[in-house]
Design a protein around this ligand. Structure first.
Ligand code: C5P
Length: 486
């Protein structure tokens, strides 16, 4: 996607990964976006203002007071040049400040008052990322509609490894494209202008001893809000906080545009039904290598599993998506662990526990080659096919259903071509899960945009109509939210 004409405010906070923000700025520029850099005090310890300025080709947004001294010209220019605020890298401290609504520097003030889309790419030490305080801050921000990408697993600067690495700049770029390609994420043109006005006014008045919170810019509930199929989007609820109670907000509503709700500023934290919940989702196929160039796999696009992850995130859940190799983009606002084999998928699922619920939508290969050749297998001289010995893969759904740290609600999928419900019931008992989403694949749903499913529980069967995969995902997320609430 071209980002021609798009304007991005890039907030760089204090992290050793801040150097990657320069590469992100370069990629954004290459994609056609206009980037304005904003270095926090911490960010400026890792990259210089000169470097960021040289790469973006523009002056940086500097501190609150210098913008004010520019007789407001600075912030008006900034406002006219922004469609999306990206915080990359976002340190643990920056996430805490954002969650708490602190406004003691320019980045904080802008983020507090801005009601357009925000994408955050965290980067920190794995222990800091795993800390419940950080988890609570992330959940709060997600519930407000802030989008997340990463962090990723891998080696860290401190010779440690774990989850905490900043996503790679091309992945952040893809997430930016995903957020900006959603028409509902268009911020009102003057939103940042208001944000800065409010921030500047508040800072001035704070000096006079009055609290910042009383001086937020008036929110424009009508700005950019729209209805899809008569269903109000999350942003439409801003005008009326009563509407955003868990009982009135559904994934079907949020998913009206097939994405997580955007800005829900003005909504109390916890207003989304899955806020504070952690849900694990598997998606896509697994690849089981035969040699370095060959593998066996099931057909799976990952569309349904990825849509479920997005729908759960739209309801405020912290979602870990363990995905096999797919060609679709990571859903925004979800932590994605990319794996290749069934054994890697199982390990990633176990590492993601505890979880309140888990949805196993992956098409896991039932078997893998007993031996994996270290080099590409050569064709024998007589052109005979080599024997292929297979061994069973672990059953991830069955393992997690009987796990000592079993998620509270376990949902499996069953792709069937005949006697769909009967087979699903048998699978429910065999795997030990709570629900099976029985997928009738006798038609053309494989890789397609729609699905025909039955929700099979121990006591009932619900027949759902043929629906777009995003709608199946939204309904399932709603049912999970209802069940966890009960
Ligand atoms: O046994 P079958 O493959 O039909 O079961 C499908 C369900 O089991 C799906 O939810 C799938 O994600 C899960 N599964 C799994 N691990 C396997 C095989 C299937 O988690 N090895």
């Amino acid at each position: 996607m071209s980002l021609q004409g798009k304007r991005v405010l890039l907030v760089v906070s204090g992290s050793v990964a801040a150097y990657k923000a320069l590469e992100l700025a370069r990629l954004l520029g290459k994609a056609g976006a206009t980037v304005t850099g904003l270095l926090t005090a911490g960010g400026a310890r890792f990259v210089t203002p000169h470097a960021l300025q040289a790469i973006t080709g523009r002056s940086l947004a500097e501190d609150l007071w210098s913008l004010r001294q520019e007789a407001e010209r600075g912030h008006i220019r900034l406002a006219r040049e922004t469609d999306l605020v990206v915080v990359a890298p976002a340190s643990a401290d920056r996430l805490a400040r954002m969650a708490a609504g602190m406004a003691d520097d320019l980045a904080g003030a802008v983020l507090l008052a801005w009601d357009g889309p925000v994408l955050v790419a965290p980067a920190m030490n794995p222990t800091m990322w795993a800390h419940p305080a950080t988890g609570a801050n992330v959940a709060t921000l997600m519930a407000r509609g802030v989008h997340f990408i990463g962090p990723e697993d891998g080696p860290m600067a401190e010779a440690e490894s774990g989850t905490g690495r900043l996503s790679e700049p091309p992945a952040i770029l893809a997430a930016i494209e995903a957020v900006l390609s959603d028409p509902d994420h268009g911020a009102p043109d003057s939103a940042l202008e208001d944000a800065l006005d409010a921030a500047i006014a508040a800072q001035a008045e704070e000096g006079e001893g009055r609290p910042f919170a009383a001086h937020r810019a008036p929110r424009r509930a009508e700005g950019g809000s729209s209805f899809t199929d008569g269903v109000p989007h999350a942003a439409d609820h801003r005008a009326d906080p009563v509407e955003t109670t868990p009982s009135t907000f559904s994934a079907s509503q949020a998913i009206g545009a097939e994405v997580a709700p955007h800005s829900v500023h003005g909504t109390a934290p916890g207003a989304l039904p899955l806020n504070g919940r952690h849900v694990l989702v598997t998606s896509g196929p697994t690849h089981e290598p035969l040699d370095p160039v060959r593998y066996i796999a099931n057909r799976s696009s990952g569309k349904q599993g990825h849509a479920i992850a997005a729908a759960l995130a739209a309801l405020g859940a912290r979602v870990t998506l363990v995905s096999g190799p797919v060609t679709i983009a990571d859903p925004v606002g979800v932590t994605v662990k990319h794996v290749e084999t069934a054994r890697e998928m199982l390990a990633a699922c176990e590492a993601a526990l505890p979880a309140d619920a888990a949805v196993f939508a992956a098409a896991v290969a039932d078997w893998r080659p007993a031996e994996v050749a270290g080099q590409k297998m050569k064709k024998p001289a007589d052109d005979a096919a080599p024997p292929l010995a297979l061994v069973p893969n672990p059953d991830i759904l069955a393992t997690l259903s009987r796990h000592p740290r079993r998620p509270g609600l376990v949902v499996g999928f069953a792709a069937e071509t005949e006697r769909v419900v009967e087979h699903a019931r048998a699978k429910l008992a065999r795997k030990g899960c709570d629900w099976i989403v029985a997928n009738d694949v006798s038609g053309d749903v494989m890789g397609g945009a729609e699905n025909l499913v039955h929700l099979v529980t121990a006591s009932a069967v619900e027949d759902w109509p043929r629906l777009p995969k995003a709608e199946v995902a939204a309904r399932l997320a709603d049912r999970i939210a209802e069940t966890l609430r009960a």
